[in-house]
Design a protein around this ligand. Structure first.
Ligand code: ZN
Length: 206
């Protein structure tokens, strides 16, 4: 079965109302919920043609590289690292903790080192043995990834470009993404991020 994966990035308290808020970040929640609700997950052995993956920064305080660039955010075990309370995460969704090490930024969900992969069941996270998101998606025969979430010009961009490089048909749904503001001529800007994604072959959905 050629599956589609909704890759929902970093809809976490710290990025919405916490230490590193993305302007308008809460506006993505309803749209992501609407997309999640379109998928009827019947169970782990009977997954539907669209699966839901929720990615989450989950950092160690000693990650000097990351925290020399950004204020402290999404530390493991803190309130700010939790998913936004209005975000709906049904049973048999996949959760990917990224940026968990002491060195790696973990912008991309396709990080090959510092990720932990879980499945949700009965409100709990059950750890799976997949080492990378690519390994999980390959196992599930996913061919298309649709990226939504925060922030357009960092984790969304890095995830989308890695997805395209790995050969997935890759779309970014900008209606359900918000960026961190930088001037248009800054290489970190949303405008530049969208151009970089287009060059990498990502389909831009407005
Ligand atoms: Zn981070």
């Amino acid at each position: 079965m050629a599956r589609i994966a909704n890759l929902n990035v970093d809809v976490l308290i710290d990025f919405i109302s916490g230490t590193l808020p993305v302007p308008g970040g809460e506006e993505v929640v309803d749209l992501i919920n609407a997309e999640t609700e379109k998928t009827q997950t019947a169970g782990l052995t009977n997954l539907t043609s669209t699966i839901n993956v929720f990615m989450a920064d989950c950092h160690d305080e000693e990650n000097e590289e990351h925290f020399s660039t950004w204020v402290i955010h999404c530390l493991r075990g803190t309130e700010g690292q939790k998913f936004h309370p209005m975000l709906k995460i049904p049973d048999y969704s996949f959760v990917v903790y990224k940026g968990t090490g002491k060195k790696n930024n973990g912008y991309s969900g396709f990080d090959t080192e510092d990720v932990e992969i879980y499945i949700t069941e009965g409100g709990h996270l059950l750890r799976l043995q997949f080492k990378t998101l690519h390994e999980l998606l390959t196992h599930l025969e996913v061919e298309t990834n649709i990226i939504r979430g925060l922030a357009t010009n960092f984790c969304d961009k890095a995830t989308a470009i890695d997805s395209a490089k790995l050969g997935y048909r890759t779309c970014i749904d900008l209606r359900a993404c918000r960026g961190i503001p930088f001037p248009d001529d800054d290489p970190r800007s949303e405008k530049n991020a969208i151009e970089e994604m287009e060059k990498a072959g990502v389909i831009i959905m407005h």
